[in-house]
Design a protein around this ligand. Structure first.
Ligand code: PLP
Length: 410
């Protein structure tokens, strides 16, 4: 008899965004004429930068000629993209990351989900609460947790993020934890809270990971939104991070690639975990092996598009789009602030995190049913998200202004 992977049965029945879609569809069905503004799911709305579009047009023409045709590419990504990423994202900021430590992929979600394959089944995982659900669910599927009780999985270590700690936990929070984590997922600028971590805060985690022989999985999908001077764009800005951190990057929010699919993961040379006998085992060859076995590369056309993000025009155009979203975020933050709500995020992030002082699904329903505005209830990201909603700044200015007008009447 064929047995299923019963770990899937532990996962909460509905993915957060499926439940939201369900409620929005029910509201739309009951009110067919309702003009619903979607400030919920974090998908981009603005078109690609012209420099990216023209690079991809040229890449399509390459594929149309015998001389320039590209079939299967290198599984780790084309050198033209890895070299530009190493130069612009790291060397230009004084960070020591080489092109052959960069693995191009079809996005950060897959990499965040796949990376856990490199580690033993019994490692202890720590996640923030609230959290981007992919880190948790992929480990649940792999059997690294017990059952879910009251919204939390047995065996996972939860690091609470709240107003008191500025939504950035410190390793001191692990004191007294029943189990010490081997892997810690951190994401800054954060989804969903929009918080950023200072260099000193990240350095504490790096120092902790080195002394604990643990590893940080750092998700920098939103680094391009950082505007506050001094906030690190990369975990590798911290001393010693090459010895204890893997970093995920994405062109989705940086350059509007949510539909194109492209990102990359940094696995530094020398970064190791340990065999049962205590012998260090390098992770970069393991990730290389994993990718060459299970992945066949992001498309040539997409990688040419991503390369164009680093051209002077591409960089200026993508920055302008991010500035546009940041202004949306500022407007949303201001609107809720005027109503007396305590609002976090928005300054270096497309997400506005609002303390609604009530049940977050109830507040979600109020905004949906009374104002025809879709948001994301904080409770969907974890227990510590209860009492908050996440509002996404990914939308047209016209919709944001219309939403603000409705919110002002709340
Ligand atoms: N990481 C975080 C924190 C995200 O919020 C998202 C997308 O919403 C992703 C990763 C996924 O990025 P990608 O589109 O590159 O898969």
């Amino acid at each position: 008899m064929l047995h299923v992977n019963e770990n899937y049965g532990k996962i909460q029945a509905s993915y957060l965004f499926t439940e939201i879609a369900h409620r929005v569809a029910a509201h739309q069905a009951a009110n067919p004429g309702a003009d619903i503004i979607r400030l919920g799911i974090g998908d981009v709305t603005e078109p690609l930068a012209p420099a990216v579009v023209s690079a991809m047009h040229k890449a399509v023409d390459d594929e149309a000629s015998r001389e320039n045709f590209h079939g299967y590419g290198p599984e780790q990504g084309y050198a033209f993209l890895r070299e530009k990423a190493a130069a612009a994202d790291f060397a230009a900021r004084g960070i020591d990351i080489a092109a052959d430590e960069i693995f191009v992929s079809d996005g950060a979600k897959c990499d965040c989900g796949n990376i856990q394959e490199l580690f033993a089944g019994d490692v202890t995982i720590a996640v923030t609460d609230p959290v981007y659900p992919v880190y948790v669910d992929t480990n649940v599927m792999a059997g690294r947790t017990g059952a879910n009780a009251g919204g939390r999985y047995d065996g996972l270590v939860y690091l609470e993020c709240n107003a008191e700690n500025g939504f950035v936990p410190s390793p001191a929070a692990l004191e007294g934890a029943p189990r010490k984590p081997d892997l810690v997922y951190l994401c800054y600028p954060n989804n969903p809270t929009g918080a950023v971590a200072t260099k000193a805060q990240l350095q504490q985690w790096v120092d902790w990971a080195r002394s604990a022989k643990a590893l940080i999985l750092f998700d920098a999908a939103y680094e391009a939104f950082i505007r506050t001077p001094g906030i690190p764009r990369s975990i590798y800005e911290c001393e010693g991070a090459r010895e204890c951190a893997i970093e995920f990057r994405s062109y989705s929010k940086t350059a509007g690639f949510t539909g194109l699919r492209c990102g990359y993961t940094v696995v530094p040379k020398g970064l190791a975990a340990y065999a049962a006998d205590g012998r260090p085992v390098e992770l970069r060859p393991m990730w290389t092996r994993r990718q060459t076995t299970k992945f066949n590369g992001a498309s040539y056309i997409t990688q040419r598009g991503a390369e164009a993000v680093y051209s002077p025009e591409g960089a200026a155009q993508t920055k302008a789009t991010i500035d546009f979203y940041l202004e949306n975020a500022r407007l949303i933050k201001e609107a809720f602030g005027k109503l007396g709500y305590t609002v976090a995020g928005a300054d270096d992030s497309p997400y506005v995190w609002i303390n609604v002082r009530s049940d977050s699904w109830e507040f979600f329903d109020v905004l949906l049913k009374r104002l025809n505005i879709v948001t994301t209830p904080g409770a969907g990201f974890g227990r510590a998200g209860e009492g908050f909603i996440r509002v996404s700044a990914f939308n047209s200015r016209a919709n944001v202004l219309k939403a603000i007008e409705r919110i002002s009447k709340l």
